[in-house]
Design a protein around this ligand. Structure first.
Ligand SMILES: *Cc1c(COP(=O)(O)O)cnc(C)c1O
Length: 460
């Protein structure tokens, strides 16, 4: 039987709170996004493939690894030929694993259409949603964004059958480049510019989900806590491990972390049999997690601290509840700890340090001068965390650091540190010649609702 999913809040006992104790299937968890009790879905069991999988995947294309790994989760829910087709289309770009001196490697997850690792999960999730959409009609995905997530989702759903996407962004809060990226996606993706703030966009999306007059529209969300975005993120660790160690040696992997979804993919890969000496989860100045590992007290960083690795400016990581759960603890959505995880086990398994902006800049400079290794701020946090761990532990086996965005996305910062501007990958270079306009939403929720009623198709 295919794997089922439970809510991280299932054993929460609070006055006036109804925990969701059922198990749901993958398609249910995928289309619900979040459990009704506000918890995050977790796989009730983690498959352990035959260890021969690692030797078998050595030298194989990335899409082949995605098929093998996702098959373990999807079982008979998707046919073999459908899954091959889905993965081949999702992963039609390269995945460089760059040697970085000694036994160190940088895994570059930055060659997708929006040049960030989020493309990997979003592109598979969109196709799985299309596969599992209600047979009677179209699915409508609503996304509120303040920048990069919206374009990753929009690009991932572009041209995907049976789904329309509506992206809302705040007029004054996205950079000109982000605006261009959002406005020009086109096809089945509508971009709506809201005169207001990110919170206003989010509020409108929330209201639409609760609006009975929109109930026939099959509305769904595609946010980062969806289990459909977490599972595809274990594939690249398994693929990379197969390339550098063929499954016979212990490795360390460093994942620069903000909301901890990417790192959680690695935690799952470990439990699938990836032999991990330690999972490294360096953060920027938002140090709530390294501080928690050090003293066992959880304190959110609020408001979050602005850093140059801006996609990791998170003062309370939304996937931390999943780490608590899998290490035997419980944390609710607001970050209240109801049961501590097994701290000794967590400390043996995970290493985390906070990396300041100064250290991040210095790391970008050193990596380039000493190794001709080009990093952007997020990847530099990962690389610094890796080197800190290697110096402290003396570990000599293969070590992989994850680069989560393309350096060309940070031209000003790189220019200031290294004195040149990185070349753009084709996906970013093509942006200048793209055309398109956002739709202006000035009238708040009533405008948004009218737009959906006119443009979103629901049940037939
Ligand atoms: C989202 C993001 C991260 C953080 O990933 P999490 O899964 O939230 O920890 C790191 N780097 C880049 C470039 C990102 O876009």
């Amino acid at each position: 039987m295919a794997i089922q999913y439970y809510s991280t809040n299932r054993s929460l006992r609070l006055e006036g709170f109804r925990p969701f104790t059922k198990l749901v299937s993958f398609p249910e968890a995928l289309l619900m996004g979040q459990a009704p009790d506000g918890g995050l879905f977790m796989p009730a069991e983690i498959p352990r493939p035959d260890p021969a999988i690692f030797a078998r995947l050595q030298g194989r294309p990335y899409a082949a690894a995605a098929v093998e790994v996702m098959k373990l989760y999807l079982g008979e829910l998707v046919s073999g030929t459908d899954l091959e087709e889905i993965c081949r289309r999702a992963y039609d770009f390269e995945v460089p694993l760059e040697p970085a001196g000694g036994r160190r490697y940088v895994l570059r997850l930055d060659r997708g259409p929006t040049a960030s690792f989020k493309d990997f999960a979003a592109r598979l999730m969109s196709r799985l949603m299309s596969h599992f959409r209600p047979p009677s009609g179209r699915l409508n995905v609503l996304v509120a964004t303040s920048g990069d997530t919206g374009s990753a989702i929009g690009e991932a759903f572009k041209g995907v059958e049976g789904i329309d996407v509506f992206i809302l962004y705040p007029a004054g809060e996205v950079s000109p480049r982000q605006k261009k990226q959002l406005d020009t996606i086109g096809k089945n993706v509508s971009t709506l510019m809201v005169s207001g703030k990110f919170d206003d966009c989010q509020e409108m999306v929330k209201r639409a989900f609760l609006d009975p007059e929109l109930a026939g529209l099959n509305l769904t969300s595609a946010n980062s806590i969806n289990i459909g975005r977490v599972l595809p993120q274990c594939v690249y660790y398994i693929w990379a491990y197969a390339q550098v160690a063929a499954g016979v040696e212990k490795v360390v992997i460093s994942v620069p972390s903000g909301n901890f979804g990417n790192a959680f993919g690695c935690e799952i890969a470990r439990r699938m049999g990836l032999s991990l000496e330690r999972l490294l989860m360096p953060t920027n100045a938002n140090d709530e997690f390294p501080a928690f590992l050090a003293d066992g007290e959880y304190r959110k960083v609020s408001p979050s601290r602005p850093c140059i690795s801006n996609a990791m400016n998170v003062g309370h990581p939304s996937n931390l509840a999943r780490f608590f759960d899998i290490y035997g603890g419980m944390m609710d959505r607001e970050g209240r700890v109801h049961r501590l995880p097994e701290m000794d086990k967590m400390r043996e398994s995970i290493f985390s340090v906070s990396v300041s902006d100064d250290e991040t800049r210095r790391t970008i400079g050193e990596a380039w001068r000493e190794r001709r290794l080009l990093l952007e701020p997020h990847g530099a946090v990962g690389w610094k965390g890796l080197n800190d761990f290697l110096s402290a532990s003396g570990f000599k086996g293969p070590a992989i650091s994850v680069e989560t965005a393309h350096p060309a996305k940070f031209p000003e910062e790189i220019e200031r540190i290294l004195g040149f501007t990185p070349d753009s990958p084709p996906s970013l270079a093509a942006l200048d010649s793209r055309e398109g306009e956002a739709i202006n939403l000035e009238g708040g929720y009533p405008d948004f609702k009218a737009f959906l009623l006119e443009n979103a198709a629901g049940e037939e």
